[in-house]
Design a binder for this molecule. Sequence first.
Ligand SMILES: [Mg+2]
Length: 381
Amino acid sequence: MKIIEIRGFDLSFLLKEPLGNALTFFRKREALLVQVVTDAGVSGWGEAGNSPHAAGTFIRTRLAGLVLGKSPADFGRHYQAMTSVLGYDRRGAGMMAISALDMALHDLAARMYGISVASLLGGAVRDRLFAYASGPFFRERTDPYREFEREADGYLKRNFRAIKPRGGFSPRADGVMARQLRRLAGPEVALMVDINQGYTARAAIQSAQHMEDAELLWIEEPVQPEDIPGYQTVARAVPVAIAGGEALGNARAFRDFLAAGTFSVLQPDLAVCGGYSGFREIAALARAYDLPVMPHVFGTTVNFHASMQMAAVIEPRRGGGPAPYPFMEYDAMANPLLDLCPPPALDSNGLLAVPEGPGTGLDLAPERLAPWTVGHWTEKL
Ligand SMILES: [Mg+2]
């Protein structure tokens, strides 16, 4: 079986109302999906995070020739070949391009063998994942947290037992918001707050102090993603776990953060850090530091399904919450690209069944993408 075609789909949708975090407001969301197709008609899906157009160009100009004509079974060799042409683009769009192809190659190889990606990676250690609602998000004008209680109540009704609201508007407002949600959710539900790089180290410490009574499980991305000294300052000053890493593009970046004692929870994104291959390098590093690792995922159904397979094989670690890690991030924003193939409903314990495959278990016909496709390209053998 050999790879004969790579198809790129540039997707986008407009939000009904702008939703935001401490960094930005979303009016439109974009994604690049790639479908890698073989001469036997079997295909696999991958997704690039954050810089879809640049990643697409990188695939077409630098990577496609390394993969076309080759066997999907050799995904490890292809990963080495792809990372060897990165040049100076070590942690950016080039890695996102590799991420998309690595995800698609694993999906494809697993489908070729008739097994799940989790089986290809050595075998699932769980068939259900503890999911958390990633939301609510800021509203524009006046109080950005004004809809948080109503929305969090909706998540609880959908059986979520963990919620990660966006914070970072002001330390005092963060404290009021977090205490409100704790009162609403009760003592057993995990609450985490994502600052989305929004604060200086000092403001992040103040915010953590204001939120202390809410007994958060973690505070995420309190400062800029490259700010190792800032992370160190925050991590040393507050008792709550500090999570991060979604913007870090490879294991070397994580190594620098871990050596500096910054993170208590690692959150690489498969669509940013080099797909399953890159994630596994980071997971090995996390194991050496005895730190929990779990996928960050905030994109389409392709990354979501891939992340479920990845999370299914991660060794469990107790981090103090209602279930052992890893948790599965579940974008709570209205997202038609996630609903293309919606994840199964949560059971009464907040658990999500992991699809058994083949591949990621995703059944996605390319025609389904049509309403959101703003660009399409094909590279052929
Ligand atoms: Mg985040």
